[in-house]
Design a protein around this ligand. Sequence first.
Ligand SMILES: Nc1ncnc2c1ncn2[C@@H]1O[C@H](COP(=O)(O)OP(=O)(O)O)[C@@H](O)[C@H]1O
Ligand SMILES: [Mg+2]
Ligand SMILES: [Zn+2]
Length: 378
Amino acid sequence: MKYKILSNKWRPQDFNHIIGHKYVIRIIKNSLDLNRIHQSWLFSGIHGTGKTTIARILAKSLNCKIGITSQPCRKCSHCLSIEKGKFLDFIELDAASKTKVEDIKSVLDTTKYPPIEGRFKIYLIDEIQMLSKHSFNALLKILEEPPKYIKFILATTHLNKIPETIISRCLHIHLPYITSKNIFNYLKKKLKKENININKETLSIISNSARGSIRNALNTLELAICSTADKMINTKNINKLLGIFNKKKIFILAENIINNNINNILNILDDAEIIGISYNNIISSLINFFHNLSIIKITISEKNYIIHKLSKYDKNTYILSKKISFKDIQIYCKILLQGEKYIKYAPNPRIGVEIILFQIYQYITEKKISNNHLLIHK
Ligand SMILES: Nc1ncnc2c1ncn2[C@@H]1O[C@H](COP(=O)(O)OP(=O)(O)O)[C@@H](O)[C@H]1O
Ligand SMILES: [Mg+2]
Ligand SMILES: [Zn+2]
């Protein structure tokens, strides 16, 4: 059998298997069941959140032989050929490769012919932000008065680049980021079925690094599986793959930042270079760490701390949280977040990270000086 990458192998084939987007799926299902179906749909959202997947299920829902339905049968010849990508009345095109006005026009010209086998002739145009101005105009013309048997499903990762005139002709549905908790639970269930061993911490690293995209998570997982021969994916493996410091190392770096020990900080950055850690990842790991510290400060009281049996790592984090004020953590987070945005302008990422960490160093140093000053004048 042909090998299928995880993201294709695990692509949901019906609405019930879509992760997240509960609200959005309810709208789509209701509109199908109530037969209130818009002529053109527009899905927006970052890559790997389900735009193409939902569009393909929608194509089945509209053309399934049992009738328009929110639960396509997946057995009739229409459903089966849509799943195989062979249905003549489902035309998928990637606007990134058809940006010229002649290209899109020749495709749109075919809208004058009714469907060959299906109830509707459906055009899925992906990445529509790539179309030229002229191509948008050609599309708009047909969106204004499409034949009854035509349905358009448009998808974009960059809604801000789509003309308002196009958006207003469509039923616009935004697919938000998938939370890392949802990604975590999804992967856990899937991996159990596949008999792949993975610990909670590793799974949580993969889910957090996916930045809201299931495709990102699946691609990382794919790499991780290929990197071990025995189907045992561990934290060390995954950190190396993603180019991120392990938890302990980030803790030590954060501790040195709080203690304002600049020499140690620079030594840790040297280590990062040797092991091949991405400097951008260091900043995002620090943001996660300090944010977590804020949460600990808000939620864990002395009483809870004694009652709960914390792991050694959590205990140390709690102890560290006592050394810094909530206000200072927010200031560090702000410096890190702003710095992350501008890191690309630095001559190289190492300098970028140093500039950001020097700002925190300067803040703490100045604070110390003014505190001493106050003490002298008391
Ligand atoms: N909401 C989701 N629920 C379940 N799997 C998803 C979801 N979004 C993405 N995926 C997974 O990621 C892959 C890519 O999704 P896709 O729909 O092509 O993303 P997009 O078109 O938004 O870039 C799918 O094959 C599927 O395995
Ligand atoms: Mg897509
Ligand atoms: Zn069917």
